[in-house]
Design a protein around this ligand. Structure first.
Ligand code: ATP
Length: 328
């Protein structure tokens, strides 16, 4: 099958800075793909390479089987939703959404119809006459989305599009984006540094570090089977256990990860001391000292929580220990 987006050994260097460094990547048509990683890891540059705002220093990019080499942004079937929305403050919402169609020379009636449809899609019908300044942050975010969708792109690029929203609105928009993507069947490529966002929305996640992809897979894969310490640390709240401690607990002398929710209290478990406890509503998170290492333990809501300073015994299933390829 033809990939929606294909990177072959793509690099983008800025002088000494290797922003993107030899990335291979295949994104399937209709996929919701997240690029996840810390600040400066090269995610945005990858997105800009797909959009055509940057050209590779080396390597090749294909979009739906066609080379993107030398193809300008407006000739790629790709649109971008930016974090700051980049709406025109002096244009009303309908004209903001219709702008791309006007540039393409589409007639007024057809343009207004398409813009109205797009506003309906993002649940903002009737807002067309307002200016961006008269909308809330969440509504502006939807307008930015409508403005990208009106062009009927085959690939929609989203660069931290929910970054400016408060938590509740973010969660709501995460669900809406996901349903919209399913309904439209458009390939979404989403950049975020928020692991929760990537795991909850994406079909597949690529974890970036230092200009390269360190692991790629389904959210479940990435969460349960992190390949490296970096991924285990960055994705979720895994306990990273050093080789010496692992060996002393009867495991292999290798780095391993163990999810906090996989640890439970057991009378025949290993001794640990509670250093702190945080009530999170659906669960209680303990910080414990286990043979000099700090581990987190997630207890289900309703479980009795021993006092801070108390000794407890902890156990887990051997299958929940996940050994990692390297200690990087
Ligand atoms: P963030 O989450 O902060 O946006 P990111 O993972 O998207 O980070 P990039 O924006 O892709 O990272 O940047 C990767 C590296 O390339 C950084 O070190 C950045 O400073 C550098 N970089 C990006 N664009 C340029 C540029 N135009 N000129 C010089 N260096 C750049």
């Amino acid at each position: 099958m033809t990939s929606a987006v294909r990177f072959q050994q793509v690099s983008r260097h800025f002088g000494q800075v290797r922003a993107v460094d030899g990335v291979d990547l295949e994104i399937a048509p209709g996929e919701f793909f997240a690029m996840l990683g810390p600040s400066g890891s090269g995610k945005t540059t990858c997105l800009r390479l797909i959009a055509g705002f940057e050209q590779p220093s080396a390597g090749h990019i294909q979009i739906f089987g066609e080379t993107a080499d030398g193809v300008p942004p407006y000739r790629r079937n790709v649109n971008t939703v930016f974090q700051d929305y980049a709406l025109f403050p002096h244009l009303n919402i309908l004209d903001n959404v219709a702008y791309g169609l006007m540039v393409k020379g589409i007639g007024n009636a057809e343009r207004m119809k398409a813009a109205g449809d797009a506003l309906e899609l993002v649940k903002l019908p009737g807002y067309g006459a307002r200016r961006p300044g008269q909308l809330s942050g969440g509504q502006r975010q939807r307008v930015a989305l409508a403005r990208a969708l009106v062009n009927k792109p085959k690939v929609l690029l989203l660069d931290e599009p929910l970054g400016a929203l408060d938590l509740k609105l973010r969660e709501q928009m995460q669900e809406e984006l996901k349903s919209l993507q399913r309904a439209l069947g458009i390939t979404f490529v989403f950049v975020t540094h928020d692991q929760g966002e990537a795991l909850s929305m994406a079909d597949r996640v690529a974890v970036f570090n230092n200009g390269n992809i360190v692991q790629e897979g389904t959210p479940q894969d990435i969460y349960r089977r992190p390949k490296t310490r970096f991924v285990a640390d960055f994705v979720g709240s895994s306990n990273v256990i050093a080789p010496d401690l692992m060996a002393s607990l009867g495991g292999e002398k290798r780095w391993a990860s163990l999810r906090p929710e996989a640890i439970h209290l057991a009378n025949d478990g290993v001794e640990a001391t509670i250093e702190n406890a945080s009530f999170l509503g659906a669960a209680t998170r303990l910080g414990v000292d286990l043979r000099g290492s700090r581990l987190h333990v997630m207890l289900p809501a309703g479980a009795p929580v021993p006092d801070v300073g108390a000794g407890i015994r902890l156990a887990w299933q051997p299958a929940d220990i996940h050994y990692m390829d390297d200690a990087a």
